[in-house]
Design a protein around this ligand. Structure first.
Ligand SMILES: *Cc1c(COP(=O)(O)O)cnc(C)c1O
Length: 387
């Protein structure tokens, strides 16, 4: 694999083509000129690698694609207008009516919706399975299972799947493996190295970084990328525009620094939470109590800033009071940006027309951003007084 600094600073940046500018230009153009008929014919022979029209290919977007593929150690990549778009393209490209998808039991909410609500309309069925146990995955394989969908770790309780074992099992049964690798980012886990076929990301999270772009990433072999390009990308058209691509290139420059900072700060805060009397349990893949600690350490190089806490308290009113006392953490969805966040499970209780969640109301997911961890801890400590 290439050096990360080489990828982030040099790969794909053909500066001699744009006045030796250090930052790449935003090629804000929908279409590209064919100087003569020979060029016309050459370009249409392969739209994936030539410039015809920005739905298919754009030079700014292409710089980003090269960097992302290199970061994941795959031959090529595609980018989409959202992580959900990348997930949907990866799955849809590999199934047809009558097929079956096997999925770990708690993926991202809109991935669940894709399998539960969208694909059944087209005759594609699914089974959710406890992905922490390879034998349960094996037992759920049907003769028509075509896709094994993983998310390791997932982003509330961080359940992991054994990537090497899943890839081997899938190969044995002719299934395509897809993983949502958003939690780790390519810096902390490279599923392709374990034999996983397609790696998708919500680039909205760590890859971009400053919480200002929604973007999806799909990394795979040249053949798989070509198949998805010619079908899902070009027909559904969920592309990333050149301006957003330039913003994501800019975000990527600081990915190693940001991730290291979030990782360091999260560990600092977790160490203090560990000793706090109001903390019942901590979920974090590298935490000493994590049930899959050994597996997490085997396939991941770090965890980043996302973890969950179950607090010790006897009343939902106290939990609500705690949430409202936090002033430096923002209550918001998403994660992976500059800002520290919380999602309290109690917020999902008593929503009109929705069932209560399976997670207890004492549970909160935290994301630690780039702020001073001591300043964040002060906020947590004063809020925990009311529990
Ligand atoms: C946010 C997220 C997604 C969806 O990505 P968008 O960019 O919001 O469409 C998918 N998977 C995981 C794990 C996520 O956190």
């Amino acid at each position: 694999m290439r050096n990360i600094s080489e990828i982030l600073t040099h790969l794909g940046e053909e500066r001699e083509h744009y006045f030796q500018a250090v930052a790449p230009p935003v090629i804000q153009s929908s279409n590209f000129v064919f100087p003569d008929l020979a060029a016309f014919r050459e370009v249409f022979a392969d739209e994936l690698t030539h410039h015809v029209y920005t739905r298919g290919n754009n030079p700014t977007v292409q710089i980003l694609r090269q960097k992302l593929a290199a970061l994941e150690g795959t031959e090529d990549s595609l980018v989409f207008s959202s992580g959900a778009g990348a997930v949907a393209a990866a799955v849809i490209a590999n199934v047809r009516a009558g097929d079956h998808i096997l999925c770990q039991q708690a993926p991202y909410s809109w991935t669940t919706a894709l399998l539960r609500k969208f694909l059944p309309r087209f005759g594609v069925e699914h089974t959710f399975v406890d992905g922490t146990d390879i034998e349960q995955i094996r037992a759920a394989i049907q003769p028509n299972t075509r896709v094994l969908y993983l998310e390791s770790p997932n982003t509330m309780t961080f359940e992991c799947q054994d990537l090497a074992a899943c890839a081997a099992l899938a190969r044995e049964h002719g299934m395509v493996t897809i993983i949502d690798n958003s939690y780790c980012s390519p810096l902390y886990q490279n599923p392709a190295a374990f034999g996983i076929d397609i790696v998708v990301h919500s680039g909205t999270k760590y890859l971009n970084g400053p919480s200002d772009v929604v973007v999806g990433v799909l990394c795979a072999s040249q053949a798989m990328v070509r198949k998805i390009f010619e079908s899902e990308l070009m027909t559904l058209g969920g592309i990333l525009g050149p301006h957003d691509a330039a913003l994501v290139i800019r975000g990527l420059r600081t990915l190693p620094l940001r991730l290291q900072r979030s990782d360091d700060s999260a560990r600092k805060i977790i160490d203090r939470l560990d000793k706090h009397p109001k903390v019942e349990r901590i979920w974090y893949p590298f935490h000493h109590d994590f049930p899959q600690l050994e597996l997490a350490r085997k396939q991941m190089r770090g965890c980043g800033g996302l973890f969950s806490v179950q607090f010790k308290t006897d009343s939902p009113e106290k939990m609500e009071h705690f949430v409202h006392r936090l002033k430096r953490f923002l209550m918001a969805v998403s994660w992976g940006g500059h800002e520290s966040l919380l999602i309290p499970t109690i917020g999902f209780y008593n929503i009109p027309g929705k069932p209560n969640p399976s997670l207890p109301w004492t549970f909160c997911r935290f994301y630690i951003g780039l702020e001073d961890p001591d300043w964040l801890w002060e906020d947590l400590e004063q809020a925990m007084e009311v529990l």
